[in-house]
Design a protein around this ligand. Structure first.
Ligand code: 6PG
Length: 245
């Protein structure tokens, strides 16, 4: 079946300019809403963006409107340096005025199955449900060199068919347990922003965006917003092998 994946690709000459673009996108989308449900991605890539937001957008964004969620979390305590929550807290959440009641952390210290259920209920309670699926306003996604996104790995593509809101996943190399949003929830968002930077991502970016024959090989290729928009934010290094570039 042919897919026409509609997305917008922005290529920046610096992380600073990519961060500025993201900050303005977030600021303008938050302005449109009374309340805003935002999903943060994990890993290293968003760190620069969070630091940019806390340095330059402390007063430009009405942070009180935003409820913070995570697309995935490692099953570790929030004090662990591998925690996606800890990274976001250290670089953003502790630096801008956000009511604690607006921060919905995935509790990586809990039993994974119980936490996936608990977090699914938290989302059901706090996020608008449309067509029986929670609809986030904006979901940030990172991209692994193996084509995974959130914690949907290449051997767990079934998480795109899963009717649950959150599921337990396992990192195929480290066997680390993760909690992840399922593909249906991700694809139901109003705006999905894929962010990938650095030379190490250039091959997978080209595979996912240019190489249609592999369309269904990578989890990232399954990110096709149902009734929303998909924006790729790249830098010149990660976009260096792109044909569309
Ligand atoms: C995680 C992420 C994961 C990440 C990619 C890219 O918990 O690790 O959610 O999907 O976004 O692996 O990670 P980097 O930004 O560190 O390259």
């Amino acid at each position: 079946m042919e897919f026409i994946v509609c997305y917008d690709i922005k290529i920046f000459n610096s992380i600073n300019n990519l961060s500025l673009y993201f900050a303005n996108l977030l600021m303008n989308e938050v302005k449109e809403e009374d309340k805003f449900n935002l999903v943060l991605s994990g890993g290293r890539t968003p760190k620069d963006i969070f630091q940019y937001l806390s340095a330059h957008y402390k007063t430009k964004i009405n942070w009180n409107k935003i409820k913070f969620f995570w697309g995935d979390e490692r099953c570790v305590p929030p004090t662990d340096d591998r925690s996606n929550y800890k990274m976001a807290f250290d670089t953003l959440l502790c630096k801008v005025k956000i009511p604690d009641s607006n921060i919905f952390r995935i509790m990586g210290e809990n039993d994974p199955v119980e936490e996936a259920n608990r977090y699914s209920n938290v989302i059901k309670t706090n996020v608008q449900i449309k067509n029986n699926v929670p609809r986030f306003d904006l979901i940030m996604l990172g991209l692994g060199e193996d084509g995974h996104t959130a914690s949907i790995f290449t051997d767990q593509i079934n998480l795109f068919e899963d009717n649950k809101i959150c599921s337990v996943a396992v990192h195929p190399a480290s066997l680390q347990k993760r909690i992840t949003l399922t593909g249906k929830v991700i694809n139901h968002a109003k705006t999905i922003v894929f962010i990938a930077t650095g030379k190490s991502k250039s091959k997978i970016i080209s595979e996912v965006i240019d190489n249609k024959t592999n369309l269904k090989k990578y989890p990232a290729s399954f990110i096709i917003p149902k009734n929303g928009k998909l924006i790729w934010l790249l830098d010149q290094q990660s976009a260096s092998l792109l044909k569309v570039n």
